[in-house]
Design a binder for this molecule. Structure first.
Ligand code: TRP
Length: 463
């Protein structure tokens, strides 16, 4: 099936990449980030680099009420850690500083199945290439759990059992799979859904909002995972036609008895009534007084509730579902960041070493890469002075904005001076190089200093 001509295709495995961000927001129903709603915005928020989200408000509400919440990410233990990966960890660290616990999946099953990396090689790469850099970047090992997919079987089990909530057509629609797609490729997103959802299980921290910061190319995984979670829910909460919210039942193979339907298909009215009384009592604790409860029909309307109450009502319902024997999964939240351009002007990719900076590059390599970076300057100095440069196109400027420069005012002034022709392309590269070199030498120092912490990042089942 070919995508419609005016549709953006988002594919986590493709080398092509759409940067039409407002169209992406529209097409996939993302929400735009409202920086004023974030109490302590990072430079990525302030600069619009993190530009969209799903249900970030649920996470921020937990944070502001002092309730637990988590952040989740994963790594492919096949390549080297580069600036694109660093940006994700910057965001993970920001959430950690706001109070989140951190779970990090080493996708060793995925890299084994799709890239032929052995599990022992994956472990080595994960620790030496990634976790050592996380330690250098200042993640707190006491509140970070790095685990291996291959050794946390619940991620596979969840992937398998949630698999019954989707089918090949949906996988085709989300990922563009077709008849000749390797089945390891079909399974990997299901295991990844297991990764994203399992921190909510009681053994891994319990029911709480989990946010996944990703590049927008990873949204298909979030769409799949959010769909799987919501399809598994026993109760749903939706806007009521005549105002407020309505709680409904989702009858499934395995929950009929728990929701008051006997083996003969008949309703146990007493049981259903007491279940509904319990739900009303729970929701009442959130401050709602009025309910229009219809146990027979299977709905409870909460007329005074608004959409902003949806998440807290849902959390109560998920807890009830769990107490009745259900799995009770909350849809994960997510945030989406823009991509930094590759050094050479195309996509940044680990398979093209010249397109990015690896955290293990030495200073000479760093210098060479930045000096050769794609520039937004004019062909000659004379033209540049007259016409000015374009910071949007200038990799050196962009890298200061995405990675190396904290100071917003400095960036703004630098962009203005570039546009006016005052700063030349070579000078821009020099500014970037100074900052990049300082960052790298500081990073290396921290890496040596924190090397002894690497093992402490490992969860018990990863040691
Ligand atoms: N598939 C991701 C990648 O290619 C890695 C990954 C595995 C992941 N599990 C995850 C990312 C869970 C986010 C959340 O990099």
């Amino acid at each position: 099936m070919s995508p419609l001509a005016d549709e953006v295709r988002i594919d986590p495995w493709s080398s092509a990449q759409s940067t039409d961000y407002s169209r992406i927001i529209d097409q996939f129903g993302l929400q735009a980030v409202d920086v004023s709603a974030i109490s302590n915005p990072s430079m990525h928020h302030r600069r619009g680099i993190v530009f969209a989200h799903r249900d970030l408000d649920v996470v921020l509400a937990a944070q502001s009420r002092g309730l637990p919440f988590g952040v989740m990410t994963g790594l492919m233990p096949s390549g080297r850690m580069h600036l694109g990966h660093k940006m994700v960890i910057d965001q993970v660290r920001w959430f950690q500083q706001q109070g989140a616990d951190v779970s990090i999946a080493v996708a060793d099953l995925e890299s084994n199945a799709t890239r032929g990396v052995s599990l022992s090689e994956a472990r080595k790469v994960a620790l030496e290439e990634y976790v050592s850099n996380y330690a250098a970047m200042g993640l707190d090992p006491e509140r970070t759990q790095v685990y291996f997919q291959s050794r946390r079987s619940v991620t596979q089990k969840l992937g398998f059992t949630l698999g019954k909530r989707t089918n090949l057509s949906e996988m085709e629609a989300i990922y563009g799979f077709s008849g000749d797609t390797n089945l390891a490729h079909v399974q990997a997103p299901l295991v990844q859904a297991g990764d994203i959802l399992h921190p909510q299980l009681d053994e891994y921290g319990g029911l709480r909002p989990i946010v996944v910061p990703v590049g927008v190319d990873q949204d298909p995984h979030l769409r799949l995972t959010r769909g799987l979670a919501s399809k598994s829910n026993w109760f749903n909460v939706s806007p009521a036609k005549n105002g407020g919210l309505v709680i409904g039942l989702s009858l499934q193979d395995d929950n009929a008895a728990a929701l008051g339907i006997g083996a003969d298909g008949r309703m146990d009215r007493e049981y259903r009534k007491s279940l509904f009384e319990r739900i009303c009592a729970e929701v009442k604790e959130l401050g709602f007084a009025d309910f229009i409860s219809n146990p027979k029909h299977g709905s409870i309307q909460v007329p005074s509730a608004t959409t902003s109450d949806r998440a807290s009502i849902r959390m109560r319902l998920l807890a009830i579902e769990r107490s009745l024997g259900g799995i009770g999964l909350l849809q994960p939240s997510s945030t989406y960041h823009r991509f930094a351009v590759g050094l050479t002007g195309g996509k940044m990719s680990s398979s093209q070493p010249k397109s990015t900076i690896f955290l293990s590059d030495d200073e000479a390599t760093l210098e060479k890469k930045i000096k050769r970076a794609f520039s937004g300057g004019q062909a000659t100095v004379e033209e540049h002075r007259r016409l000015g440069g374009d910071p949007e196109m200038d990799v050196a400027y962009q890298y200061m904005m995405f990675f190396f420069e904290d100071d917003d005012d400095f960036l703004e002034q630098t962009a203005a001076s570039y546009r006016s022709g005052e700063i030349l392309a070579g000078e821009m590269k020099q500014l970037c190089l100074e900052r990049a070199t300082e960052w790298l030498s500081n990073h290396n120092e921290m890496k040596a200093q924190n090397a002894h912490l690497v093992d402490e990042f490992l969860a018990h089942d990863a040691r």
